[in-house]
Design a protein around this ligand. Sequence first.
Ligand code: ZN
Length: 135
Amino acid sequence: MGSGIIEFKVRTSQREEFVDITPLVQQAVTQKGVDSGICHIFVPHTTCGITINENADPDVVTDLSETLDKLAPAEGGYRHKEGNAPAHVKASLVGSSESIFIEGGRLCLGTWQGIFLCEFDGPRQRKVWVKVIDD
Ligand code: ZN
């Protein structure tokens, strides 16, 4: 991947899993040496997503996961015959990107916030693309 996009790979270990990728994203920002700017994060997949939420209490992402299960249950009378329709629905619900400001070379996240890769059809190896823009 050229043109200033940093790619890192995340190996998930479960069917459904929220992986805190905040340190990896911060590492990409540090690698670019940008003091003030914006960091775009994107996952090029249709059955995983990116979200920002609390990373202090792990029950929060468990609640998120269980609520998504209610919205897109395993047996939902879906048309997509690959067997992973709920994963596609959940991926669209959480979205495939986030943008975060950078100041002082650090991601401007709230005290309790972390960036999560949301795996809905694992385990797999996932790609995360990061673009850091200097303002
Ligand atoms: Zn599918």
